[in-house]
Design a protein around this ligand. Structure first.
Ligand SMILES: Cc1ncc(COP(=O)(O)O)c(C=O)c1O
Length: 381
């Protein structure tokens, strides 16, 4: 067997049906802003995708804005809320993705907004009472809390958070990059103001995603220089990417239940087996609790031992996993998410195993066999 790819929270392989859609759109090279027939054809393609995505999440097409991916969509929600909507405080956590954390820190440093960080316990849970106490007082607020954590898989109680935001007249942004296409999301059921999506997390290409912005929120464009996206996001549309995103989202939504069942089986198998192989192994966050975590993410806490290069050893055996998120794996500081769970984490090495529908039982066995081999060598040493 070649490489076993179990790092799907970093990115996912392209789905063949999405690739076909991309090839189809390569022929349709028109610029959607052109008024002639080539341009109009491309425009129709883009608008069809916008409408379908909107329908799927219970939104209006005018509330969907195509972006270069999740990072831009998160930046748009955060920067525009502060710049255009009078937001003076952002309530968030220290375990958000850097696409949220860094813009918040940037605006705080510039004195543009204040940030209140909710505490997280050793499992990565937030406390809704703490959120409510904060919301009861203070200036105009944006609450930015992700739906599913990309490193530990924790699911936040978005319905309750949305209800609290509504009650206290705060805006609600949820980074839904890991959840969109994996879990049902509907803006008519949960009062979101901003949502984000990235195609490459759901078997689409990199560099394309969308932001949902609730109608009535009068924000100005983050990227300026053209009238595209109804004056809200300048730049010639990535028509191939948009159609690929549409196809990826359509497939992910239609096949969600079946994919979830399959992936949950693999995840549970690894949870059970890894505990039998490695004494003292734990799991970070809620990732080993199927009802409290995103089914695609399992964050294993291996007791620190002689082998402190577990992800490297696994890579040598053809197993692609991650030590944290893809964005932090190059830094030697470790993961800000794992550190936030408390001092106990320093005794463990994180290995994030993240699944996709393309993973099979053989992939799970391949991972477990590699762990068995690594631990057998250690026992002898
Ligand atoms: C939770 C979360 N938010 C945002 C992003 C950024 O998305 P993109 O890679 O499309 O910029 C990621 C990607 O890793 C993510 O996992």
């Amino acid at each position: 067997m070649g490489v076993i790819f179990l790092d799907n929270a970093a990115t996912t392989p392209l789905e063949p049906r999405v690739k076909e859609e991309m090839i189809r759109m390569m022929e349709n090279f028109g610029n959607p802003s052109s008024t002639h027939i080539s341009g109009r054809g491309a425009k129709v393609e883009v608008e069809v995708v916008r409408k379908r995505i909107a329908q799927t999440i219970g939104a209006q097409p005018s509330e969907i804005f195509f972006t270069s991916g999740g990072t831009e969509a998160d930046n748009m929600a955060l920067f525009c809320s502060v710049r255009d909507l009078g937001v003076k405080r952002i309530i968030t956590t220290t375990i958000e993705h850097h696409a949220v954390g860094h813009p918040v820190e940037f605006m705080v440093e510039r004195g543009e907004v204040e940030a209140a960080y909710l505490s997280v316990n050793e499992h990565g849970d937030i406390d809704l009472n703490e959120l409510e106490a904060l919301l009861k007082q203070g200036p105009k607020t944006l609450v930015s809390l992700m739906f599913a954590n990309n490193e530990i898989g924790n699911l936040n109680p978005v319905d309750e958070i949305g209800a609290l935001c509504q009650k206290y007249d705060a805006l609600f942004h949820s980074d839904t990059v890991q959840a969109m296409g994996h879990l049902p999301i509907n803006v008519s059921e949960t009062p979101y103001d901003f949502l984000t999506c990235s195609a490459h997390k759901i078997h689409g290409p990199k560099g394309i995603g969308f932001a949902y912005v609730r109608s009535g929120l009068k924000i100005k464009p983050l990227i300026q220089g053209g009238a595209q996206e109804r004056n809200m996001r300048a730049g010639t549309e990535n028509t191939i990417g948009i159609c690929a995103l549409g196809k990826a989202f359509e497939i992910a939504t239609a096949e969600m239940a079946e994919d979830q069942k399959k992936v949950e089986g693999l995840k549970q198998h690894i949870i059970d087996e890894v505990q039998a192989i490695v004494p003292g192994v734990r799991f970070f966050g809620r990732s080993s609790e199927l009802d409290k975590s995103l089914y695609t993410v399992l964050s294993i806490a291996f007791p620190k031992s002689n082998n402190d290069m577990l992800t490297f050893s696994l890579d040598m055996k053809g197993i692609n996993v991650s030590g944290g998120s893809a964005c932090t794996s190059g830094s030697n500081q470790g993961s800000h998410v794992i550190r936030a769970l408390g001092d106990w984490t320093s005794e463990y090495q994180p290995v994030r195993v993240s699944f996709s529908k393309f993973n099979t039982k053989e992939c799970a066995e391949g991972f477990l066999n590699a762990v068995r081999e690594i631990y057998a060598v250690e026992k002898e040493a």
